[in-house]
Design a protein around this ligand. Structure first.
Ligand SMILES: [Cu+2]
Length: 318
């Protein structure tokens, strides 16, 4: 009884103090962390229970000196087997329902998308028709938004039907993220105002990439020829890594940039600066599109012991 209480308390404490997750910077992160911490409590409880029983058995049932007799002939234990099957079954079921609930609360299920015949249509598309649509953008327009159906994390259910405060197009290319803001701003970094709904429309130019924000507990594939969506609400000022989480080529590891969560004033200033530098025809240093291949690859060269031009050539051939 006492051991059971101690076990429960230790598990509950560890579930809140494991320190395994980076800071939570979005409204979504709280929901995901709730699920993660619950699984941590259950796992720690089971781990201590199983390891504890093993350790106790090692001592209690060890062979004593001079004892050469056989062990007792035990053939199974039906009640015990029912218990150790039922407990994990219930745990899996509860976690399954809970994670479904979190996914729904994050906006992972889009009821409109589910009812849209376009989804079935896309699923049934033969390779030919799909690649035609990719190669010829007019095909996508002709087919309307059905082929543009966004997968991913949408609005919170309570914000369903309300447009996001800021919509940014994100394109993944080997090996950078390019952010296009309304008003013609193009940047290699993502700047967003705090406490506003941000919607990212993701797309990839070449291969699969995955847009990962560890501090926001969000990750979404960027798929060539297909729009995906990631909608979130930043709730903590700061500078956070944006990481490509899909092995997309030899420099995949260098496909990292920053997400800046700023107060409205700082964000507005950044927007003005970007607009002004574009009016002047200045190249934005961080925009990979404005750089030549050699310039873009220069930071990687020192590690490899070859020139940027060689690397650019290698890259264009791969
Ligand atoms: Cu990538």
């Amino acid at each position: 009884m006492l051991a059971g209480i101690a076990l429960t308390l230790i598990s509950l404490w560890f579930g809140q103090h494991h320190g395994l997750l980076p800071v939570a910077a979005s409204k979504e992160a709280e929901l995901v962390d709730g699920l993660f911490n619950t699984m941590m409590v259950v796992s720690v409880g089971l781990f201590i229970l199983v390891q504890g029983v093993i350790l106790i058995s090692l001592f209690k049932f060890r062979r004593r000196a001079g004892d050469d007799t056989d062990g007792p002939p035990i053939h199974g234990n039906i009640p015990l087997e029912i218990v150790w099957t039922a407990i994990p079954a219930v745990i899996v079921l509860v976690i399954g329902v809970y994670s479904f609930d979190v996914y729904k609360a994050l906006g992972g299920f889009d009821p409109e998308a589910a009812n849209d015949p376009g989804v079935a249509q896309v699923a049934m598309l033969a390779g030919d028709e799909f690649s035609t649509a990719i190669l010829d953008p007019s095909q996508i327009k002709k087919h309307g938004h059905h082929h543009q159906m966004a997968l991913g994390i949408g609005a919170f259910p309570e914000d369903e039907g309300r447009a996001a405060d800021l919509i940014v197009d994100v394109k993944g290319i080997q090996y950078a993220w390019i952010f296009s803001y309304p008003g013609g701003i193009t940047s290699g970094e993502l700047h967003v105002p705090i406490s506003k709904e941000v919607q990212l429309n993701l797309n990839a130019q070449d291969v699969l990439h995955a847009f990962w924000l560890p501090e926001f507990r969000l990750k979404q594939d960027a798929i060539p020829g297909r729009r995906t969506e990631l909608r979130f609400k930043p709730e903590r000022l700061g500078e956070y890594p944006v990481i490509c989480a899909e092995l997309c080529g030899p420099y995949h590891g260098g496909m990292v940039t920053k997400l800046y969560v700023e107060d409205q004033e700082t964000f507005d200033t950044w927007v003005q600066t970007q607009l002004a530098s574009q009016d002047n025809g200045e190249a934005i240093a961080l925009n990979p599109l404005d750089r030549t291949d050699s310039e873009y690859l220069a930071p990687f060269v020192s590690d490899l012991g070859i020139t940027a031009e060689t690397l650019a050539q290698l890259n264009s051939q791969s």
